[in-house]
Design a protein around this ligand. Structure first.
Ligand SMILES: Cc1cc2nc3c(=O)[nH]c(=O)nc-3n(C[C@H](O)[C@H](O)[C@H](O)COP(=O)(O)OP(=O)(O)OC[C@H]3O[C@@H](n4cnc5c(N)ncnc54)[C@H](O)[C@@H]3O)c2cc1C
Ligand code: SF4
Length: 328
């Protein structure tokens, strides 16, 4: 085991200051991903800055009708919060579709959004991997890639972003709040995770030493119905092969509002803008839903063993939207 230091942050300012002073230090949320990666030798930070006890564990109502979710809110508390279950059920469903009860009791909102990919080669330090060791190559491209990306990947990396929560937040137009050495800033969640390009070592746009402090949700639109549906190899304790977060409003048989995001298809939650363009104003029929999915998935570039994801995403999209339309 490699020795490392540990400090418990007393405040956000303290956490950010210590991070600025110690290059390579990592914030510790619930530790359910970071500690696993340390055991595997994938991460070896010289210092852990424990932020799990910071007073960022509240879900607060905003004046405009939205919600502010502190970065230390545990996944279980987030999924169970009445305001989330009632007004943003897609978020509650997404969180409950992830991990296990024990993990969700420990995992934090910030840590969930910043968890690393589950690509097998990334987690195996005996293998090359551009994300873990830039410039060493991407063995997944020719190797095991059934679980990996079909959209937005690059020759350098075909990993997928694993968080279910992030997919629901993308469909809800959430905003991520960050606090770093240069002050505070906010980023739309759809722009927070990156595509791999030629820098797959960078999962998100977070800067060195920045702490994720909160996620904000805009007010839920009146008349919308929402759902998260996840296809995976077993019904619990498994990451998404494909998932869909859908928000839909239908009036007089036509789609009045549609927001759609995919998980399991790309290096970031994939907001389906092309599908949404087909849906807006169109009749709420299965034919429209299939055309919307096809418009989005036309950009897919599957590899040898993951072409099934395109058909799966199409079927999930049509099924979820048809269910939501039936409730309108
Ligand atoms: C067996 C298993 C199955 C799982 N299945 C799923 C699943 O199906 N779906 C799913 O979505 N997840 C799944 N997970 C992942 C689980 O949800 C994550 O491990 C968890 O959400 C990470 O949260 P954490 O607070 O423990 O993060 P940590 O492990 O503490 O941190 C993760 C990363 O985020 C950084 N970090 C933490 N908090 C902050 C912050 N506030 N600001 C900046 N950086 C921060 C850390 O430095 C680290 O790099 C699974 C995990 C396991 C072990
Ligand atoms: S897909 Fe990305 S994470 Fe996986 S081996 Fe290739 S570079 Fe590494």
């Amino acid at each position: 085991m490699k020795p490392f230091g540990y400090v418990r942050a007393g405040s956000v300012a303290h956490a950010v200051q210590v991070a600025a002073e110690r290059p390579g230090a990592r914030f510790l949320g619930g530790g359910t991903n970071l500690v696993d990666l340390m055991k595997l030798g994938v991460e070896s930070p010289p210092l852990l800055i424990d932020v799990s006890r910071l007073p960022l564990d509240r879900i607060e109502e905003l004046a405009d009708g939205g919600l502010r979710i502190g970065a230390m809110v545990r996944n279980s508390d987030l999924a169970a919060a009445p305001a989330v279950r009632d007004r943003y059920p897609v978020l509650s469903q997404a969180v409950l579709a992830g991990a296990s009860g024990q993990l969700r009791n420990t995992a934090t909102t910030g840590g969930n959004l910043l968890q690393r990919t589950r690509c097998l080669y990334f987690q195996d330090v005996t293998k090359p991997c551009n994300k873990r060791a830039p410039g060493t190559g991407c063995p997944a491209r020719e190797g095991t890639h059934r679980d990996l990306a079909v959209l937005g990947h690059s020759e350098h990396c075909i990993a997928t972003q694993p968080s279910d929560m992030a997919v629901a937040l993308a469909a809800l137009d959430a905003t991520v709040h960050l606090h770093g050495p240069d002050g505070e800033r906010s980023v739309p969640v759809t722009a927070f995770h990156r595509l791999p390009g030629d820098r797959p070592d960078r999962d998100t746009v977070i800067r060195t030493g920045e702490l994720l402090t909160a996620v904000e949700l805009p007010p839920a639109l009146p008349g919308v119905h929402m759902r998260y549906r996840k296809a995976r190899d077993r019904t619990s304790f498994a990451f998404a092969l494909v998932s869909v977060a859908a928000v839909l409003a239908v009036r007089d048989g036509a789609v009045r509002h549609a927001a759609l995001a995919y998980g399991g298809l790309a290096h970031r939650p994939w907001r389906a803008r092309a599908a949404e363009a087909v849906l807006h104003g169109a009749s709420a029929t299965e034919d429209t839903f299939a055309r919307a999915a096809d418009a989005e998935l036309a950009a897919a570039r599957p590899l040898r063993d993951n072409g099934f994801k395109v058909a799966l995403a199409r079927n999930l999209t049509v099924g979820v939207l048809a269910d939501l339309a039936a409730r309108a």
